[in-house]
Write a protein that binds this ligand. Structure first.
Ligand code: PDD
Length: 282
């Protein structure tokens, strides 16, 4: 059975789901998106994803194609129609289709598309071993706080990591680590402090980042929201990244430097377990 995809009011088999070649998402990457996790048929931290989607649209002066509750109702339908027990829901809003012109069209109808991806998220074999990351220059645009589909630098970074025999890339700018290709980056110092880059236009304000910081605070772990250098990361006790698609992912090697004894550290494992508990509780 093929997936059921949502396109502008219709639920269609994926081979019948179509978007115009004049869609500005296709021509200008004039589109924003969100990825929400589903565990046990329930959406994880979804109101925060919907709020960020609304903010992304506002920042780009895009007309929302539907209200938050309407979008959530479509997400619920997608879980049902695709029998999605565990995996991801991807949603994308574009400014719509219009004759090609750099200026925003006056009367385009925004487009809303959604699809699901079945994936084992809670029992992730990669998370048990941890991943290797390499650092790459951050060549993205300067509004990384807006979740746009202009993802070529992220795609190139991820591919460069795979070509180098690693699993993911961390973006470095002005000598500091901003974030991962599609996740937020964290280190744990030898005195037990959890460090992640402070918020700003340089990084996406991760929903998982925020939840994990709150969980760490509940555990009385010390958190420092500040920039850190790759060199500090090489010497860290442990490291991890956070995202809706991988939750808390332990990092065991950075630019060839093995952290600790090369296995996921206790802080990353604890935070992953706490996050999963929260996600499963719904
Ligand atoms: N990526 N930073 C970047 C650049 C991201 O693309 C993402 C998410 C994150 C983590 O944000 P959150 O915790 O809200 O998922 C940080 C999604 C998962 C993706 O593009 O597939």
């Amino acid at each position: 059975m093929s997936r059921i995809v949502y396109v502008n009011g219709e639920y269609l088999p994926e081979e019948d789901a179509k978007i115009s070649v004049f869609d500005r998402g296709f021509l200008f990457a004039d589109a924003v998106y969100e990825v929400s996790a589903v565990i046990g048929r329930k959406l994880v931290d979804n109101p925060a994803h919907l709020a960020r989607l609304e903010r992304s649209m506002n920042e780009l002066k895009m007309t929302p194609p539907a209200s938050g509750p309407e979008i959530e109702a479509i997400q619920m339908q997608m879980i049902e129609k695709n029998d999605l027990d565990e995996g991801l829901i991807y949603m994308q809003v574009t400014r719509g289709a219009a004759d090609r012109d750099f200026a925003f069209p006056k009367d385009a109808t925004p487009s809303l598309v959604m699809f699901t991806q079945k994936k084992p998220l809670s029992d992730n074999t990669v998370a048990k071993k941890g991943i290797a990351v390499v650092t790459v220059p951050d060549i993205r645009w300067k509004r990384r706080d807006i979740k746009t589909v202009g993802l070529l630098p992220a795609s190139m970074a991820k591919q460069a990591a795979l070509d180098a025999g690693a699993n993911d890339a961390w973006f470095v700018e002005d000598g500091v680590v901003n974030e991962g290709s599609s996740n937020n980056a964290f280190i744990v110092t030898h005195d037990g402090k959890i460090v992640t880059r402070h918020l700003g236009t340089e990084i996406l304000h991760g929903i998982t980042r925020k939840a994990v910081i709150a969980l760490a605070a509940q555990e009385n772990l010390e958190i420092e929201e500040r920039a850190f250098t790759p060199e500090e990361a090489y010497e860290a006790r442990e490291a991890f990244s956070t995202s809706a698609s991988a939750f808390v992912m332990p990092v065991v090697k950075i630019d060839g430097h093995v952290l600790g004894n090369g296995v996921p550290g206790p802080v990353a494992e604890k935070l992953r377990a706490l996050y999963l508990e929260m996600a499963k509780a719904g």
